[in-house]
Design a protein around this ligand. Sequence first.
Ligand code: FES
Length: 154
Amino acid sequence: MLTPENLQKVEALFKRYPTKKAVMLSALWIAQEQEGWISEEMMRYIGDLLEVPYATVLGVVTFYTMYNDKKIGKYHIEVCTNVSCMLRGSGKILDTVEKHCGVKLGETSDDGKFTVSEVECMGACGGAPMLAIGEEYYENLTPEKTEQLLSRLK
Ligand code: FES
């Protein structure tokens, strides 16, 4: 369920779009900012709010990698492994991240600190290889730079 404040934000968007369904991406983003992820309960709630079936909401959440359909760690580390990053060594970056965090791709560390994901091109190919932690991008990485970056995360 959205907080009253976030519900107001979604309702304000209804005035700017031709249909309630068109508010879907924004509503889901607001829900994720509130909870850190989007539970089945939240998807059903958003479906009711936007007057669309749960299956439609589920389809959107599972299609876009920017939405988390599972609880994630304090730090969500998204490593780009698409062509530019792959050609410039993203495999070693991913190995470094997995080793440092003690988890494999798609997993969350037992202490809830790290979730490691693989993502497609994040539009930062000029700085390949790169990863994102939350909304911050880290580019031109080497295994050493990656290790230093991860060591700074408390
Ligand atoms: S391929 Fe990695 S940011 Fe484009």
